[in-house]
Design a protein around this ligand. Structure first.
Ligand SMILES: Nc1ncnc2c1ncn2[C@@H]1O[C@H](COP(=O)(O)OP(=O)(O)OP(=O)(O)O)[C@@H](O)[C@H]1O
Ligand SMILES: [Mg+2]
Length: 315
C-alpha cells in the first residue's frame, strides 16, 4: 500500500493524512488493525473522528466479516522461511510462517539467538531458495547480535556478507519502554524498508528485569500483552513472520520431567502462534519441540549449531 491510499479513505484530508503518517500509521491496513483509542492518543485526532476513519479503513481493507473461503485465499499468500535445517523446517510445517508469531523458548546458550541470526540471512534469499526475498528488522534487547556471525553464515551460504549485513536493520532496545517505542515504529518502518522478517530477541528480558515483585505483575503482563498483540497485527498487516525468543523459569516444585517452564505466563502462551521449546541433546546437539500450536503436531526433532549456522544432525 502506498501513502496515497490513506487519502482515498472517506473523510481523510491531507492534514489528517499527515497526522496519521507521523504517528506511524502509513497504510490502510495499519489503521484497520490498530485500536481506535491508541490512534486517538498518538495522533491527537478526536476519538469520534478516529472511529469513522477506522470504520472506513476496515471497509477498504475488507476486515469486516469475510468468508472462510476468503480466509483460505489470504492464507494462500502465506510464505515460509527456511531455517537452514530440513528437520526444523518440517517440524514447523515447512518453515517459519508469515502471518504468524513464532516463539523460541529455552535456557541460556541453547541456540535461540543462533536461530535468529540464521533467519536473518535465510530471509534475504529468494523464495525458491527458501527465503522471503526481503530485509530484516532485529530488535536486540540483550546486545547479543553478532555481525561477525552473520558474516560467517552468509559466507557459508555463498551470499555476499556485506550486502547481507546492509539489509539487516538493528535496534538495540535499552529498556522495556524503549522496546515498546520501537515496536510502534515498525508499522511505519516495515513497509518503507521492504521488511519481510521481524525478530525480537528477547521479548521478555527487560519486562522481567524491570517489573519486579508481585504488585507489578499485572501491569507487566498488560504491557507485554499489548506489545505482543501489536506484533501479531504486524504479521497480518504486512504478511511477514515475527520471531520472538523467551527464557525459561525454573520451577523448583517440579520433581519429575523438565523443571523449566516458559516465562511470561498465559500472556505469552496465548499470543504466540507457534511455540518451540529448545533443549540440549546428546553430543552437543539441540532438541526442538513444538509445544503449543493451533495446527502443528507436538513433534520434536534434533539440529546442531555449527560455524555454518543451523544444520541437520546426520543420524
Ligand atoms: N560459530 C559457532 N559454531 C558452533 N557453535 C556456535 C557458534 N557460535 C555459537 N555457537 C553455539 O551457540 C551457543 C550459544 O547459543 P545462543 O547464543 O543462541 O543461546 P541463547 O539461547 O540465545 O542463549 P541466551 O538465553 O543466553 O540468549 C554456544 O553455546 C555455542 O554452543
Ligand atoms: Mg540469546
Amino acid at each position: 500500500m502506498t501513502n496515497e491510499d490513506l487519502a482515498t479513505l472517506d473523510g481523510v484530508g491531507p492534514a489528517m493524512t499527515s497526522k496519521l503518517r507521523s504517528a506511524g500509521l502509513t497504510t490502510v491496513e495499519a489503521i484497520a488493525v490498530t485500536p481506535p483509542r491508541e490512534i486517538a492518543k498518538k495522533t491527537g485526532i478526536g476519538f469520534n473522528t478516529v472511529l469513522n476513519i477506522v470504520a472506513a479503513a476496515r471497509k477498504s481493507a475488507c476486515v469486516d466479516f469475510i468468508t472462510a473461503e476468503e480466509l483460505w485465499k489470504k492464507r494462500q499468500n502465506m510464505l515460509k522461511c527456511s531455517m537452514g535445517s530440513k528437520n526444523l523446517d518440517e517440524l514447523l510445517g515447512g518453515g517459519i510462517e508469515t502471518q504468524a508469531m513464532t516463539e523460541f523458548i529455552g535456557e541460556y546458550g541453547v541456540g535461540k539467538t543462533q536461530i535468529c541470526l540464521m533467519l536473518c540471512v535465510m530471509a534475504q534469499l529468494p523464495l525458491e531458495k527458501g527465503g522471503l526475498n526481503g530485509n530484516v528488522v532485529y530488535i536486540d534487547t540483550e546486545g547479543t547480535f553478532m555481525p561477525e556471525r552473520i558474516f560467517e553464515i552468509a559466507n557459508a551460504l555463498g551470499v555476499d556478507p556485506h550486502k547481507t549485513l546492509e539489509n539487516i536493520f538493528l535496534a538495540r532496545a535499552y529498556n522495556s519502554s524503549h522496546q515498546c517505542l520501537l515496536t510502534d515504529h515498525l508499522f511505519k518502518f516495515c513497509p518503507e524498508n521492504d521488511i519481510k522478517l521481524v525478530i525480537v530477541d528477547s521479548m521478555i528480558g527487560h519486562f522481567r528485569g524491570e517489573y519486579i515483585g508481585r504488585e507489578n505483575l499485572s501491569e507487566r503482563q498488560q504491557t507485554l500483552n499489548s506489545q505482543l498483540h501489536k506484533l501479531l497485527r504486524l504479521t497480518e498487516a504486512f504478511n511477514l513472520p515475527v520471531i520472538v525468543t523467551n527464557q525459561v523459569l525454573a520451577n523448583p516444585a517440579q520433581f519429575f520431567g523438565d523443571p523449566n517452564k516458559p516465562a511470561g505466563g498465559h500472556v505469552m502462551a496465548h499470543a504466540c502462534t507457534h511455540r518451540v521449546y529448545l533443549r540440549r541433546g546428546r553430543k552437543g546437539t539441540r532438541l526442538a519441540k513444538v509445544i503449543d500450536s493451533p495446527y502443528l503436531p507436538e513433534n520434536s526433532t534434533r539440529f546442531k549449531i555449527t560455524e555454518k549456522g543451523i544444520e541437520d544432525v546426520q543420524e
